[in-house]
Ligand binder design. Structure first.
Ligand code: MRU
Length: 365
């Protein structure tokens, strides 16, 4: 994706120094564009845990590069297994993390040249993420195009939650990929961007991304979506996911479930876009099995923004009031119109999902 007209991915190896990983520090957006350098697995783990990088695909890609940095530090198998556990402990909900780390560990341990294998696998994970997201765009585009035809070319209004954009992946994004594809194909689209409390990934990241790409959008508070749907001002909801069970239950940023309920009540289609790395092939019951991250009270009680050219934080609640902060919720498969994957669009059911991914037809546990 382009930033000020120049193409960027969210993570890459530094040109001329293959022992350094560079990534966009998302904490500073949209006010500053900062590229951070990461040289150790501990630094990679911190970048994930403290959300310099976030979003399912990018968490996976960063963990992949983190294992490469671990291999540069030492190829001792015990050290690599510990690095694997350190990375996995950073954030619990996005399944791409464990998927990437396990893939790396298997590749490294079975290779003669462990550092070379780690580097190649990290690059494969990142390239695959970008390619799969590009294909989500291809498969999602006809859904938007059909609505555009029905509306005789009037703008298609798409509501999205959080940031499942290119910043959440290596490139293109999941929920945004069909939007960018439709916009680039000349279709009129307009995006309702949920601000997404408490961290405001919608207002800080999604709005910024869409603006960089020239996609018309309007920022709304999280509670506005239901009202807009009642008024017929939302043609479809399109979100990403941090983990989706083999039965089609969807974990996504807190608040997604309420959007799905409102969409259901108003007969608005509710789509979830995901690369296959976000499926948890072991799980069948999202509500009971998917671990939900608790990010603590501070994110709820303090809000940060930009004042006089610097980051500023203010308290927005009584100092002593406790606050709860579940980071994700589960949208049951019955509320999902369809899933958009790199292999095509399918119903949110085990039969339809495993028909697209027959290699997972048999649950491995
Ligand atoms: O806590 P985050 O910012 O890492 O949460 C991830 C998200 O942005 C969303 O849940 C997103 O919609 C799915 S990840 C592509």
């Amino acid at each position: 994706m382009k930033v000020h007209g120049r193409h960027y991915r969210t993570i890459w190896l530094k040109v001329g120094d293959a022992r350094t990983v560079q990534l966009i520090d998302q904490r500073a957006l949209p006010h500053e564009f900062i590229v951070e350098e990461v040289r150790t697995v501990a630094e990679a783990a911190r970048a994930i845990a403290e959300m310099h990088v976030r979003g399912a695909g990018l968490i996976g890609a960063t963990a992949g590069y983190g294992m490469y940095l671990a291999a540069i530090e030492s190829t001792d198998p015990d050290w690599l297994r510990r690095a694997c556990e350190t990375l996995k402990a950073t954030r619990p909900t996005a399944v791409n993390l464990a998927w990437a780390v396990d893939r790396q560990l298997a590749a490294i341990l079975s290779a003669a040249d462990k550092v070379a294998a780690a580097r190649a696998t990290a690059a494969q994970i990142a390239d695959e993420d970008a390619d799969f997201c590009r294909r989500l765009g291809e498969h999602g585009l006809p859904l938007i195009a059909a609505i555009s035809v029905r509306k005789a070319g009037a703008p298609v209004n798409i509501l999205t939650h959080c940031n499942a954009g290119w910043l959440a992946f290596v490139d293109h994004g999941s929920a945004t990929a069909p939007i960018y594809a439709a916009h680039d194909a000349g279709l009129a689209v307009h995006v309702w961007v949920d601000e997404t409390r408490p961290r405001n990934q919608g207002s800080k990241l999604t709005a910024w991304e869409l603006a960089q790409h020239g996609v018309p959008h309007t920022l709304i508070v999280d509670n506005a979506g239901g009202y807009l749907m009642q008024r017929g001002e939302v043609d479809l909801v399109l979100v990403g996911t941090d983990r989706t069970t083999r039965t089609g239950d969807v974990a996504n940023k807190i608040g997604t479930y309420l959007k799905a309920l409102a969409a259901h009540d108003n007969a608005v289609p509710f789509y979830v876009a995901l690369p296959s790395s976000s499926f948890d092939w072991q799980m069948r019951d999202g509500l009971r099995e998917i671990p939900i991250e608790d990010r603590g009270a501070a994110e709820v009680k303090l809000i940060d923004g930009w004042r006089d050219g610097a980051r500023a934080e203010v308290l927005i609640a009584p100092t002593d009031s406790p606050a709860a902060n579940p980071g994700f919720d589960i949208t049951p498969s019955r509320l999902v119109t369809a899933l958009i994957t790199e292999r095509g669009v399918c119903a949110a059911s085990e039969a339809a999902i495993t028909a697209l991914f027959p290699e997972h037809a048999v649950q491995s546990r």
